[in-house]
Design a protein around this ligand. Structure first.
Ligand code: 48H
Length: 265
């Protein structure tokens, strides 16, 4: 016998328990593009309580479409270790360039991050940050449907030791923080620098060195890092996004360890 009531009860109870479990966590990630999902994987793998909030229903951000919807991604030599870590089948196209199926890459990043212990809440967007005593210490979240319908519904909040802005080109979280609270960011001008036009090699190097804290408690990764710190775009080469996700995770892991056990000698 199948009871409709049981199905409803199973969904509401399970989801509510999950959501309640994540009102306090180590790392909250806004955005489930490649940098966000790689970060989620390494954070969860290290034992940190990690959740990803994604505005859309689909996970993966801009990676599904490869380049101009030719659903292939290119990853340079440096990023190949991450393709291999996620067991994403890839082949050498020419010296230093690897190609992979973007659909398989996206789904494997997603499934491996979830299996490593990260929780994904899709259909929920981050609309603000919790800012106390000069530090970001949580995310303000709401259903994406509320946003789409233009409803006047107050959000809820989740606490997180660190918040990762992995929202892509718009760097939404940094923009919100700067726009509302006029804080000084750790950028050259103290403000959002903005993304620059295409230069793949420069952009890939830039994202590696600018995946960092933009404000106390707020880390940026992927295209959000380039938009925040003023780097160029790189087009459909994804090594930088993958490596940025890993770097963001390592940064958060070491900061949390440092806060717990003190600086390593
Ligand atoms: C919750 C949100 C919010 C919000 C947005 O754009 P993404 O794929 O992010 P990255 O930085 O990991 O990867 C960028 C890459 O896909 C790309 O665009 C490249 C390499 N471009 C180069 C070029 O030259 O164009 O994903 C961001 C995700 C999306 O799924 C959004 O829906 C989501 O973040 N998002 N989720 N709360 N406020 N804002």
């Amino acid at each position: 016998m199948i009871e409709e009531k049981k199905i409803t009860e199973a969904i509401i109870k399970t989801y509510t328990e999950e959501l309640l479990n994540y009102i306090d966590m180590d790392a909250a990630i806004a955005g489930s593009g490649p940098s966000g999902m790689v970060a989620a994987y390494y954070l969860a793998k290290s034992g940190l309580k990690t959740a990803v909030f994604e505005r859309k229903l689909s996970i993966g951000g801009g990676m599904w479409g490869g380049g101009m919807m030719f659903n292939t991604i290119v990853v340079q030599q440096e990023g190949k270790e991450i393709l291999d870590e996620f067991e994403i089948p890839n082949k050498k196209f020419s010296e230093g360039y690897y190609v992979a199926d973007s659909v398989l890459a996206t789904t494997l990043l997603t499934s491996k991050a979830i299996l490593a212990g990260a929780k994904v809440f899709n259909g929920i967007f981050v609309e603000d940050v919790v800012l106390k005593e000069g530090r970001v210490c949580g995310a303000v979240v709401n259903w994406s449907t509320v946003e789409v319908a233009g409803l006047d519904v107050d959000p809820l909040t989740v606490n997180s030791k660190y918040l990762l802005d992995a929202t892509g080109h718009d760097a939404e979280i940094v923009n919100i923080l700067q726009g509302k609270s006029r804080v000084k960011l750790s950028t050259p001008s103290g403000k959002m620098e903005g993304e620059r036009s295409m230069w793949a090699e420069e952009a890939e190097a830039f994202v590696a060195s600018n995946t960092r804290e933009a404000f106390s408690g707020l880390i940026v990764s992927g295209m959000a890092a380039n938009a925040t710190f003023g780097g160029p775009r790189m087009g459909p080469i994804f090594g930088g996004m993958l490596l940025s996700g890993k770097k963001a995770a390592q940064l958060i892991i070491s900061k949390i360890r440092e806060e717990k056990y003190g600086k390593e000698k």
